[in-house]
Design a protein around this ligand. Structure first.
Ligand SMILES: [Zn+2]
Length: 338
């Protein structure tokens, strides 16, 4: 299995400017209170990664209970809003509207430059080397902007593109670049992407299974998510300011993600954590919230050592799959039921 080390000069402020992130977070927390206020409508779940029901409470945040799985160390919200309640939220909330109209639009070019172009090239390379050359359909699940399609179309590997269950408000810009919107599903896809979707799903298993069902044999599923195995989340734990419900219901561990993908019948080609921001995010959170206590070694590393030491430390996290930004490439083998 591949492990990669990446450095592109990315800084958190380029893709998540503080003012936009704070407003999105404020709206999400406010909306969560009004959409998910009735505790009777919350559902208890087993570990969304490995399905174990052995867990203990990790922490509480904004009234939601985060559990830690005894088996795979994934952290997840249980009880959680039902599938129906979440679908309603993503159609109707102010937070979703803000995300599409401000957050994604205003950071679109930075995301293209630092994230989506590299991600598309990575996807294209794996499709080229290991994909099903006969299947030239590309699908993105839960799209929140048109920029990814733009970049994927440049690869010249696909004849048709679909956005499955995109966020509302994207119809015009997706139609403009020839992307078909599907609320159900597509079959025989050559490649499917789901960027930062796993963390907000009621059931990550259902999402990976749905992707598998849409793929052609040897078709590829690419996804990114945030993992609790990552340095910044392990350091900041409940104090991570960018973790909130319902955007982050599932913070699966690297081991949990591996088990999840296999349970859903796909085979993993790559499971890596090429994140570049763990140390920066930890330092930023510490600066903004003096009540956060970091181990002396980490304080010392952040305060006293230079950029080279910081970059080397981040490279170590990438190499050993200890960054919180994870990406996975998996394929559909012969013999699983559609
Ligand atoms: Zn588990």
């Amino acid at each position: 299995m591949k492990r990669v080390v990446v450095e592109s000069g990315l800084h958190d402020s380029a893709i998540r400017p503080q003012t936009l992130l704070s407003e999105f977070r404020r709206l999400s927390i406010e909306d969560a209170k009004s959409f998910f206020s009735d505790p009777k409508e919350l559902v208890e779940v087993a570990c969304p990664a490995c399905d174990s029901d052995q867990c203990h409470e990790a922490f509480q945040k904004e009234g939601f209970h985060f559990q830690e799985c005894e088996e795979c160390k994934s952290v997840y919200v249980s009880p959680r809003p039902s599938k129906v309640a979440l679908a309603h939220y993503y159609q109707e909330s102010h937070a979703t509207q803000y995300r599409v109209e401000h957050f994604q639009r205003e950071t679109a070019e930075a995301r293209r430059k630092y994230l989506l172009r590299a991600l598309s090239n990575w996807l294209g390379r794996i499709v080229d080397e290991k994909g099903n050359a006969q299947s030239r359909t590309f699908v993105d699940m839960g799209s929140n902007s048109s920029v990814l399609f733009d970049e994927i179309q440049r690869l010249g590997l696909f004849d048709s593109s679909y956005a499955v269950n995109p966020l509302p408000g994207l119809d015009v810009e997706l139609a403009k670049i020839g992307v078909t919107i599907s609320q159900g599903g597509v079959s025989g896809a050559g490649a499917i992407s789901a960027l930062h979707q796993l963390e907000n799903q009621f059931s990550p298993f259902d999402m990976v299974k749905a992707a598998g069902d849409m793929l052609a044999i040897n078709g590829l599923f690419f996804f990114t998510t945030r993992t609790i195995s990552g340095f910044d989340l392990q350091m900041l734990w409940d104090k991570a300011p960018y973790i909130f419900v319902p955007e982050h219901l599932n913070l699966l561990s690297v081991e949990g993600i591996d088990r999840l993908v296999h349970r859903a019948g796909l085979n993993i080609i790559e499971l890596s954590t090429p994140g570049q921001l763990d140390l920066e995010l930890t330092a930023q959170a510490r600066k903004a919230d003096p009540s956060i206590e970091l181990p002396h070694f980490i304080e010392y590393l952040i305060e006293q050592r230079d950029e080279l030491a910081h970059n080397d430390f981040q490279a170590y996290l990438q190499k050993h799959r200890l960054s919180s930004h994870v990406r996975v490439a998996a394929y559909r083998p012969e013999g699983i039921d559609a």
